[in-house]
Design a protein around this ligand. Structure first.
Ligand code: FES
Length: 133
């Protein structure tokens, strides 16, 4: 059995329920792309980020306070391009896992959404989660 891939899985078959989020070209390296989902029955803001060529999906909510990661700026990476950095108070996260890197929220993580990238398109493949307009 293949190990679980945290980012956009390039090899796994695309699930029948996969929903196209955006063209791959809409998500630049260290960029972000916002989208909306119904997650556990509630409409939520979500975000794609691209780090070292791989796309990752998360609910767009900081663990520190219920703020969107890009609420103050249109970018979500720190100046070094190594961490996701909440624009409100600067808590940082590992781009590949969503794990909080700042001491104040140690042990917490962003909520990851499974995504896949295939043939120039990024798809939402998270179970029991639907794409909203
Ligand atoms: S709300 Fe994100 S760091 Fe405070």
């Amino acid at each position: 059995m293949a190990p679980e891939t945290p980012g956009a899985d390039l090899s796994a078959p695309l699930p029948r329920t996969a929903a196209p989020i955006c063209p791959s070209a809409a998500l630049a390296e260290l960029g972000r792309h916002r989208f909306r989902v119904r997650y556990r029955g509630d409409p939520r803001e979500a975000i794609l980020v691209r780090f070292r060529g791989v796309a990752y999906g998360y609910l767009n909510q900081c663990v520190h306070m219920p703020k969107e990661l890009d609420c103050e700026h249109c970018h979500v990476f720190d100046a070094a391009g190594e961490s996701i950095r909440c624009s409100m108070h600067g808590i940082t996260y590992a781009p590949t896992t969503g794990e909080c890197l700042s001491e104040i929220c140690a042990g917490e993580s962003l909520t990851r959404l499974r995504v896949q990238e295939r043939d120039g398109t990024l798809y939402l493949t998270e179970k029991r989660t639907t794409l909203l307009d």
